[in-house]
Ligand binder design. Structure first.
Ligand code: NDP
Length: 333
């Protein structure tokens, strides 16, 4: 059936400004790293995307190699766009990235101009788009001059194939240099995409401060630590079809007694706040002014709806924040 987006899709969702730019992003954005490859049904993907858009989630994040196999998430997303979202393209922020392994040979990964610009063309082709809203350098390349990598991002903007550019997995010094180089080319650095969650606090050691100082935005990935910060594994079992059951990106060996003790303590704090653990984990990253959006994954509409509702939570008390820190003091956070 033809998709008609809900009339009240903008009535509840909250948006934040991306740094000092003109762009707003929803507090919760949807990533297509998992759940949108050939291993997930097209019907489920479609239901999740439709529901997300109906909830006012306007931002969808991809990368060249999301799948499986590499490229498949962009192919599938392109199909969903054609089937359901053609009329809504101007209401969507679509991002993609290049930096990790994509194709064989010396030009299929890292940060050369050759790789980045060829990859962007391929991504546009797979999604059937004329431009993406945000194009990222997916990781810092120590072997390529940063001027070359940033020059490729600038070219993407000048050619009209990307409206904005971002960087992902760059440390504070690399971020400062990237911004300086792009500034010198007259191209603004819009956003940083780091990994940040209750179990991954590294951005608190300088990166979030740098992001604020530079006036750029941030969209933080894996705020649920791939599912570890949800009730998925709280009983110590690994459900069939969960990410940990597949093992590749989230080894089930991570479901240790130490993890379970921490997760159950966190769950108790969440319950006292009338939130699920997943909701509290999202609220926790959003408490940072430097964070523009929490970039979640969802394998079902139910997960998506639960996660989205995190944006309506009460602010944290000092005591709750202390309890969250205490719960992860055993080396997990
Ligand atoms: P999350 O930490 O949000 O983990 C998502 C997974 O957790 C889901 O697929 C699901 O797994 C489980 N889950 C989600 N919500 C619930 C819930 N309410 N209850 C129970 N389980 C739940 O994020 P991801 O690791 O998926 O990353 C999100 C996005 O971030 C990616 O899609 C990508 O766009 C981006 N990313 C960027 C990277 C980069 O280098 N720039 C690297 C990694 C991600 P299950 O299958 O078990 O149901």
């Amino acid at each position: 059936m033809k998709f008609r987006a809900s009339q009240d899709r903008y009535s509840q969702i909250k948006y934040r400004r991306v740094g000092k730019s003109g762009l707003l992003l929803p507090e919760v954005s949807l990533g297509l790293w998992h759940n949108f490859g050939s291993d997930h049904s097209f019907a489920n993907q479609r239901a999740v995307l439709r529901r997300a858009f109906d909830l006012g989630i306007t931002h969808f994040d991809l990368a060249n190699n999301y799948g499986p196999p590499h490229g498949q998430a962009e192919i599938n997303f392109g199909e969903h766009l054609r089937k359901d979202f053609t009329a809504y393209r101007d209401e969507m922020i679509i991002s993609t990235k290049a930096g990790y392994d994509m194709w064989d040979g010396p030009y299929g990964e890292w940060g050369s101009r050759k790789y980045l610009l060829a990859s962007l063309d391929q991504s546009l082709d797979r999604m059937g788009l004329e431009y993406v809203d945000i194009f990222y350098s997916h990781r810092f390349d120590p072997e390529t001059p940063l001027e070359e990598t940033m020059g490729a991002l600038a070219s993407a903007v000048r050619s009209g194939k990307a409206l904005y550019v971002g960087i992902s997995n760059y440390d504070p010094q690399q971020t400062i240099r990237a911004k300086q180089i792009l500034d010198s080319m007259g191209i603004p650095l819009l956003i940083h995409q780091p990994k940040y969650s209750i179990l991954e606090k590294t951005p608190e050691w300088g990166l979030l401060e740098t992001i604020e100082d530079l006036g750029i935005g941030s969209i933080v990935f894996s705020p649920l630590a791939q599912g570890l910060l949800t009730d998925r594994y709280l009983d110590g079992k690994v459900p069939k079809s969960s990410r940990a059951s597949k093992g590749k990106f989230l080894p089930s060996a991570q479901i240790t007694e130490q993890y379970l003790t921490a997760a159950r303590a966190l769950n108790a704090v969440a319950t006292s706040r009338n939130q699920s653990l997943a909701q509290m984990a999202i609220s926790w990253v959003l408490r940072q002014p430097a964070v523009t959006s929490a970039l979640i994954g969802a394998s079902s509409v139910k997960q998506l709806e639960q996660n989205y509702a995190a944006i309506f939570a009460n602010p944290f008390t000092m005591e709750e924040l202390r309890l969250i820190d205490d719960a992860t003091k055993n080396g997990l956070g």
